[in-house]
Design a protein around this ligand. Sequence first.
Ligand SMILES: Cc1ncc(COP(=O)(O)O)c(C=O)c1O
Length: 465
Amino acid sequence: MYVLDKESNKPLYLQLYEAMKKEIVTTLKYGDKLPSIRNVASQYSISKNTAELAYKQLYTEGYIESAPQSGYFVADMPLEQDPPIKTIYMLNTKTSPSIRYDFIPARLTPDAFPLKLWKRLFIKAMGAELDFGAYGDRQGEIGLREEIARYLMQSRGVNCDAGHVIICGGFADSMHILATLLKKQCSHIAIEHPGFPIVRSLFNDYGYTTVPIHVDQDGLVIDELEVSPSNLVYITPSHQYPTGVSMPIRNRIRLLNWSKQIGGIIIEDDYDSELRYQNRPIPSLQGLDKDDRVIYVGTFSKSLSPALRVSYLVLPHRYLDKYKMLFLTRHQRCSVSLSTQKTLELFMAGGHWERHLRKIRTLNRKKHDVMKETLQKTFGSMIEIISEGGGLAILMRPTHTINLNVLRQNALEKGIKLYLASDYYGNDWEAIRMGFGGLSETEIREGVALLKEVWMNTLEKKDQN
Ligand SMILES: Cc1ncc(COP(=O)(O)O)c(C=O)c1O
């Protein structure tokens, strides 16, 4: 029997989800049947929608499975790690004047940035007697680190305090720090394939051997990792880049067990976890880690602005001394300006970040839905949507033969810029990443309609040749 408090500020579906999750990890076992959504709704006098939301979240996180016509069951998961129960709450400059519809997967429109408020807070920060005659804190300003730590604990279930947080000037900056920090301990790094290309090139530059590990519908294939020579792995477990899949809880636990057994290290890149449109954000892997082996990486680029260049690392306790020895006493200084850090600190401390996240999620959810519907209506069975429901892009592939490089060239001539997955991952990847964050809803509709024309012309020309 779960206790649901209808007077509480916490949404009912969240209460139900947490109560069920607790029961699953503490009492139930693999294969146990769960009550139907309808029964739960009537037993607790809640709407079917509310119960369904809780089930959906448990399903997304891999705690439960469904079988056609039979309902929901407890999913298989290793027992080693007990997942702790966490409370979790949830600049468009056209690249060239001739490009009218740029489907770039990593951009936000200018109206997504709270410019007026930012200016006001910037002036306030300037008035707060910042010492522009001195270098700031090498690890990042303590006030901002405290805000980030608080946010991560509350909304991502990350276990940390300000002492673990390092402010960085974007993802590559964080990776430079990690590649230096881990060099003596690791000669290889396992990376997702397909995956974020920067990781491979950057770690190669530092002399690491990269070991590509395939990705399937559950994310990184752990069987492959277990037989690899690497004790270091980089992953995007909550929203795999670029396939969009999330790693279920059983695999998260297996991964943590792997790192514990071999003394391994996991770099968790949680780059766009705030942007989930159908379910709540999935709790971080770091929050499940009891062995101090997960390095957490985050950024403000996806939800606030990529132009600010602010990201962060959360280091496990075991690396803090080494980090201090290597960086704080020597060359490294925080690469984000004092004024940006202070303004961001005020932004977070004033509750604006939480409000902004709600706004940005709604804004991008709408664009996501418009993109999905428009693609489906316009292309019908000519395409298949492979990944959706989060981030700033939908991944789709043609269901018939069309040369995507020719399509891209033809599209460019009509002012459409397309991004092909094959550019990064080889020709096995016949897919287009349809970014929506940098376009208005109208532009998405117009751009997709024009793309259909170009697509049909490309097919016609092929038939004539
Ligand atoms: C997989 C992944 N990680 C991290 C980032 C964040 O990069 P940055 O903080 O440098 O903007 C991105 C941005 O596109 C990304 O796609």
